[in-house]
Design a protein around this ligand. Sequence first.
Ligand SMILES: [Zn+2]
Length: 473
Amino acid sequence: MGYTSNNINALLCFAALRRTNSGAWMPTSLHPMPLPFSWADQERHLVGHLSALIRLDTSNPPGNEITVARHLSRELSRSGIAHKVLESEPGRANLIARLPGTGQEPPLMLLGHADVVGAQPGGWSRPPFSGEVADGRVWGRGALDMKGQVAASLLVMQLLAAHRIPLRRDVLLVVTADEEAGSRLGAYWLWENHRSLVEAEFAFNEGGGQRFMTPGGPVYTVQVAEKGSARMRVTARGPGGHASVPRSESAVFTLAEALLRLRAFAPESVLSPTARRMLSTLAELHPGAGAEAIERLTQEPTWARAHSLPIDPVLREFVVAGMHNTATPTVLSAGHRQNVVPVEASVVLDGRLLPGELPDGWAERVQKAVGDRVEVSLLHGRVSTGVHDDPELLRVLGDTLAAHEPGARVLPYINPAATDARAFPDTKVVGFFPSASDADIMRLIHAPDEHARITDLMFGGKCLLDAVLRLSA
Ligand SMILES: [Zn+2]
């Protein structure tokens, strides 16, 4: 194709395209662009990749991620990119591709998962695995979580390869199995069995890139840590007997009282450096009453104050989650016959832990909160990931966003949910795939009618390419 090293500048120039106020894409400079390259072509590739990935049903269970791995393998072979497909169990495939750099710096990883949560039949206006392209959107399970980012990461690899961008570090594409069911056959398995292939300094993963418009301008979340977990069971016991004889004491009533105490429980607020930085960014973006409320919260942090911040409700949820350990009741169990008073009643609590918190320590505090008439046992616990708020990395991501949307800022936050980041303790895994639409669209994750807007995919893809170039080229 006759590409030359001149093309590096051209690609960098393309990568610096930014969104103007009118929403159109314009170059930030007037450098000549000698490449046979157009964003319209890249958009066609990106949409084609995503649509094809959605059509491969990787609902977990059973996962069957080998279909995605084979598809990616064909694409990577076509681009001459070295890669491996590694099965942890038959059909549960992980893929690792590598573009070699000079080795001056440790590798950068583009991380994604191939599996999706299943799709209940009701509520879909289009078949969930159609990958249909209509109304400027790509439709289907996985469009947002997270085959869109996987498709964009593939495109970034293909562009780096096609334009022979000299790299000062290896750039990896790692697409895992089993993220939606705990990562055991995917990210954890890779870390335990093929560590040397997935070692990296930084990784760009899901979990970030939600856009919020604030009074002070647009802000994009970047996941810099994710909470740990503590799954607990609360058990109440009481006398059994025939249900025809009413009793004031029973396991079910005791459990109900414990749940009411849990609802009234205001856990201690913790202002970690990450939470403090998040609040100071939000204060700058909310002049007036917002900044004053944030100031009061910083001076004297409480559960109630965090819950009443006058800011976007989703942002407020992130603030609350980033300052508190939590325990949410999920699965209730009691009784086996309509006319028998059960001797035992229980509820599972889904607990999430701030960095530095231990699962059994939290279970003890929950026990105090619900009282000693019930018993709290810890079923499973995991501490949080490390906090990866590397200032240089955040500066690069901030510069990237500002180049693509004037005035945009990054908001480092602690993700209350879990991703594959949990399996890579030595890598600074950040959630970064910015979406140009407001964060509302993320409510479609795991929901019926999941879809991605093509403008969002392109925005994310351009930011991803730009950030990779800034860190590696
Ligand atoms: Zn996901």
